[in-house]
Design a protein around this ligand. Sequence first.
Ligand SMILES: *Cc1c(COP(=O)(O)O)cnc(C)c1O
Length: 397
Amino acid sequence: MKHTYFTHLTCSLCAKHHAADRVQTVCSACGATLLAGYDLDSAKKSLRRSSFDGREGTMWRYRELLPARDPSLIVTLGEGWTPLLRAPVTAAALGTPELYVKEEGYNPTGSFKARGISMAVSLAREFGIREACMPSAGNAGGALAAYAAAGGIGAHVFVPADTPRVNIDEVGFYGGEVTLVDGVISDAARVMNEAGRGTGWFDMSTMKEPYRLEGKKTMGYEIAEQFSWDLPDVIVYPTGGGTGLIGMWKAFGEMERLGWLSGKKPRMVSVQMEGCAPIVRAFGEKAGKSEFWKDARTVASGLRVPKAFADHLILRALYDSGGRAIAVSDASALAMMGEAAVGDGLCLCPEGAAALAAVGELRRTGFIAGDEKIVVFNTGSGYKYTELFRGAVIPKN
Ligand SMILES: *Cc1c(COP(=O)(O)O)cnc(C)c1O
């Protein structure tokens, strides 16, 4: 069997094809995100759903459908193949007994960013890249620093100065360089572009680098395999740059073409915070793109993204799947952190807690029926947010 069926890149906007055997960022014709393409017709002939049985418990179990060509250059720290946990007490309170939490906090560096960065750093090594840079709202920077260390390349991370302390310190801990910038992630990106000029640093920004998406895509394959190829009815995803949501929707499309799915694909739900909800606003206006959100403010730092670069792909997945976009308050996310901790022993990050809180609202409004199978993403470990623990304590009555 082939190591990978990866063949080319296609522009998500103008559909122009791009070669896959050299460094690519965005479309050279129109500037939009590039998507990895595979020879799925050939894959369909030899690859089976059962091909993955008994393979390693990481995202690399799906290697034929991933873009890495040289196995010797893969940089892995054991990312992926995270559990689907039950949370019976919280599920009962929300009125959704068929609720599952995809626990991405168990990934290396404590968040699902590990999946995308493992992939991007592996590909960067194939192309001989020596230095990578990235603006980060939180967990991406630490993941880059760790995987760059493991892969022997340099990491330069630019973060808002008020990013949680752990996200700043973990970059230096893994030997990367971190620069603090006043403002939000878009300001960090601007400073990075100035600092990086003429240095040869490779820009690994969300959706401007084509392979992080392929790493996050594996969440879609995992959910399918873990549910014996019978997908859930609804996926609830805390959305910043949207990589995971777009990636899973891409994965479901690939699986459909491979003939591996029978039922309907899940309705995709984007959850954002009331203090930064550009996708929710665009969805409400049935728009194809979002507007920059001014004065973005929320404790859920991973969701403090005022304008997602690939907003058109997030919105397309929401519309095409019959999904929704919904905003919740910081207070309800913190309350849910406490409820899930006391009720079910879970340690959610505020982003994941926000997604769980949104389930209650979606159930009340009738978007979710009581017997539907729901997967909520806890995108990172609550242990990276210990400063929020006290604010989330439930008073004993
Ligand atoms: C980055 C991040 C998100 C947002 O992920 P996207 O795929 O960029 O939308 C959500 N939660 C946490 C904990 C994050 O670090």
